[in-house]
Write a protein that binds this ligand. Structure first.
Ligand SMILES: [Zn+2]
Length: 296
């Protein structure tokens, strides 16, 4: 099946999303507060973010941004041929992601930067691809940016539990790009130049980061899994059972909402359905809602 490609232009930024899989059911499991009754109570939350029966819609996808001569890939999905022992639907996927890149006009040799907001399996998969039994960098000329503390955390976990799902993911999707000398370990906040900056957004993982892009006339934030779903804009306290620290992830969401509300800043979570970018608006009671950027 041909993967969907979505294109958006925001100021100087040309954005392309490649959609790998629908993962609404998995997110519902991670966010136990998202019962149909609770979702129905968020009046502005409509399709495509939920289904008619008030169950969640969500995507595994990556964002590719061309700006000022840079080509930045943010988060790299689940990937093909990866070992995902705990989620059978994600195990050893075989999608046409590489062909989708070509169809989208993206030459992977020209990608300058890859950034992983954190190192969970659904954010690092296409860092590498299998070639004659070896994991090779999918983007051989890019710098891969990871948060230093995040990388060290998963290295330590792999030492403790070498057979755990994320330890195997480390060896399939992270260590091959480290060994290829492509990794830049960053400490947030950081400035990557050309209007690309990194914000600390801890909570979902110990050193989760978000990327902010200055498009010339407005800011764009790709918040990774700081927000798993737009419902958390209304209910920032709905933390994920997968969060490293639920209180901290809630504080991160509240801070992001406060800084974006009623500004021109566009925000997207990696798993948001399309249209994934939108503005945060506060109503008279100080409650937040998501105003999606219409697709052209
Ligand atoms: Zn995720």
């Amino acid at each position: 099946m041909a993967l969907d490609i979505v294109r958006t232009q925001v100021g100087a930024a040309e954005i392309c999303q490649i959609i790998e899989l629908e993962i609404g059911q998995h997110l519902a499991w991670l966010l136990p507060d998202t019962t149909p009754d609770n979702i129905r109570a968020i009046e502005w939350l409509n399709t495509p973010y939920r289904n008619p029966d008030y169950s969640l819609n969500a995507l595994s996808q990556c964002f590719i941004i061309k700006i000022r001569g840079r080509m930045l890939v943010v988060d790299t999905c689940i990937g093909n041929d990866k070992t995902v022992s705990e989620i059978s639907e994600w195990d050893h996927l075989s999608t046409d992601f590489l062909e989708a890149l070509e169809r989208a006009g993206i030459d992977r040799e020209q990608v300058t930067d890859v950034l992983c907001t954190h190192l969970h399996i659904d954010h690092v998969g296409w860092n590498t691809c299998l070639h004659e039994g070896k994991w090779l960098p999918t983007f051989p000329n890019a710098q891969y940016h990871f948060a230093r503390e995040e990388y060290e955390h998963w290295l330590e976990e792999a030492r403790r539990e070498p057979q755990a799902m994320h330890s195997i993911s480390l060896s399939e999707s992270i260590l091959p790009v480290v060994q290829a000398g492509l990794v830049n370990l960053i400490e947030a906040p950081a400035d990557l130049g050309d209007g690309i900056s990194i914000l600390p957004t801890p909570g979902h993982t110990c050193s989760h980061i978000a990327v902010m892009i200055d498009t010339g006339n407005q800011q764009l934030i790709i918040a990774g899994d700081a927000f798993h779903h737009p419902c958390q804009i209304a209910r920032p306290e709905w933390a994920s059972i997968g969060d490293h620290d639920q209180l901290q992830s809630t504080t991160t969401r509240e801070q992001l909402l406060l800084s974006c509300a009623d500004t021109s800043t566009l925000i997207a979570g990696i798993h948001f359905s399309v249209p994934s970018f939108g503005r945060v608006v506060a109503d008279e009671d100080g409650k937040y809602f998501f105003k999606p950027l219409p697709l052209k």
